[in-house]
Design a protein around this ligand. Structure first.
Ligand code: SF4
Ligand code: SF4
Length: 419
């Protein structure tokens, strides 16, 4: 690595050094409490997958370049040179961490390994060593935001096709415009993912509840966050914020995508609209009697996987349980306290990397598969696209024999007319 590249990367490192980050970098006592916290280590048992070990790679660079002791005596205090080999270690640490933050709830100092891995990811972006596909997907999202007019027509034609599906399955709920788009003055802007599964059932529930809603032109997923690039994360987020402001909505509801929800909830700043997840909105409709569901539709015991970014990291824990209390008489928890739920093993961009990470994802989430099997559930519901894909892969790999369902689809399929 040449000196100029190293200097550029160290400036990126410096840009992440706020008070919280310095605390995470300076506080680890190597107490070992986090050893069993990480699903990767619990499943695969290798030292490099211990949360504190991942953090230590970043910490050693910090000591070398940002602490006086490391600068003076490079060989003392475990300081580490930033080299091409270090970048490989950073890649291994960052792209085997799903950012689930289970280790944070175990660490007595609240050290956030996911934040430390955000330094690793940013250095990889600076060195052009990040996963190319994630970068490409982030750039495509940004381009779409810049040229809305070009793709608008194709998008609207696709939506008109999906409307037929809404009418076919939920005739009485469909209303005049089954999937409204670009409605100024709507109360709620729904930000979905590409694909009918994220739009059609959600539309049925909005229509059944009599919601004054409109569908976003943009996909919720934020590949800038997966790849760990704050500038691109913001550009992707801004497309939705600007659309919400233009349409003057009161609420932005994010589909079942954990990262999209967490980014929108925590990074959108002070706005004239509130941010909700689809799960929160469905729980609200049920509580207010705006929709009714048939509790006999779910066949067999049901369990629920809390997506890390929606539950542990954003506090949406009671709402899915309230929804499920309306959908089944046989709900079984995966764990006594959802805050400590095992990650599905697919976050942090790993599912988006597809086949490339499949073997690792299956091996590193063995504890999740065991947890699901132990419930004896027939239906495994969740509220995140990544989790759904990963849990479906685990279901096949470990022959769990469960039906993996989106919670929102379970609500839509159980809709019954109001009395
Ligand atoms: S954030 Fe999750 S995956 Fe990453 S080290 Fe902590 S427990 Fe492991
Ligand atoms: S629990 Fe916290 S302080 Fe202890 S080793 Fe892990 S990161 Fe360090």
């Amino acid at each position: 690595m040449d000196e100029k590249t190293r200097e550029d990367l160290l400036s990126l490192f410096r840009s992440k050094l706020n008070d919280a980050m310095r605390l995470y970098l300076e506080t680890c006592t190597r107490c070992g409490t986090c050893v069993e916290a990480c699903h990767v280590h619990a499943s695969m048992g290798q030292t490099r997958y211990i949360a504190a070990y991942r953090g230590e790679i970043v910490r050693r660079l910090y000591r070398k370049y940002f602490k006086a002791r490391g600068k003076l005596w490079a060989s003392v205090g475990d300081a580490k040179e930033l080299t091409d080999m270090t970048l490989e270690e950073l890649y291994d640490a960052a792209y085997s961490c799903t950012g689930c933050r289970r280790c944070v709830v175990y660490c007595p100092f609240g050290i956030d390994t996911q934040m430390l891995m955000s330094i690793a990811k940013l250095l990889l972006v600076g060195a052009h060593s990040e996963p190319e596909i994630l970068s490409m997907l982030a750039d495509t999202s940004i381009e779409k935001g810049k040229s809305l007019e070009i793709f608008k027509e194709g998008f609207l034609a696709g939506i008109r096709n999906l409307e037929a599906e809404v009418v076919k399955q939920w005739k009485t709920e469909a209303g005049k415009t089954p999937i409204p788009v670009d409605v100024e003055g709507a109360d709620l802007l729904y930000v979905a993912l590409a694909g009918a599964h994220s739009i059609v059932p959600a539309a049925a529930v909005f229509n059944a509840a009599g919601e004054n809603w409109t569908l976003s032109f943009f996909e919720a997923v934020n590949f800038g966050a997966f790849v760990g690039d704050p500038s691109r994360t913001k550009l992707i987020l801004d497309r939705i914020i600007n659309e919400a402001l233009r349409l003057k909505v009161k609420e932005v509801c994010i589909c079942e995508c954990g990262t999209a929800y967490r980014v929108m909830k925590h990074l959108s700043g002070d706005q004239p609209f509130k941010v909700t997840s689809l799960t929160e909105v469905h729980a609200r409709y049920l509580r207010e009697g705006r929709i009714r569901v048939d509790r006999t539709k779910a066949e067999g015991p049901v369990t629920y996987h809390d997506p890390c970014q929606i539950a542990r990291n954003a506090g949406v824990v009671d709402e899915p349980r309230y929804i499920l209390s309306q959908l089944t008489d046989d709900f079984r928890e995966l764990t006594d306290d959802p805050t400590y739920n095992w990650c599905c093993g697919g976050g942090g961009g790993l599912v988006a990397l597809g086949e490339e990470t499949l073997d690792f994802r299956m091996k590193s989430a063995r504890v999740k598969a065991d947890q699901v099997r132990d419930t004896g559930a027939a239906i495994l519901s969740t509220a995140c696209e990544n989790c759904h894909t990963q849990l479906s892969n685990l279901n096949d790999h470990y022959k769990l024999g469960v039906d993996v369902r989106f919670l929102s689809s379970m609500v839509a399929d159980a809709l019954v007319p109001l009395a």
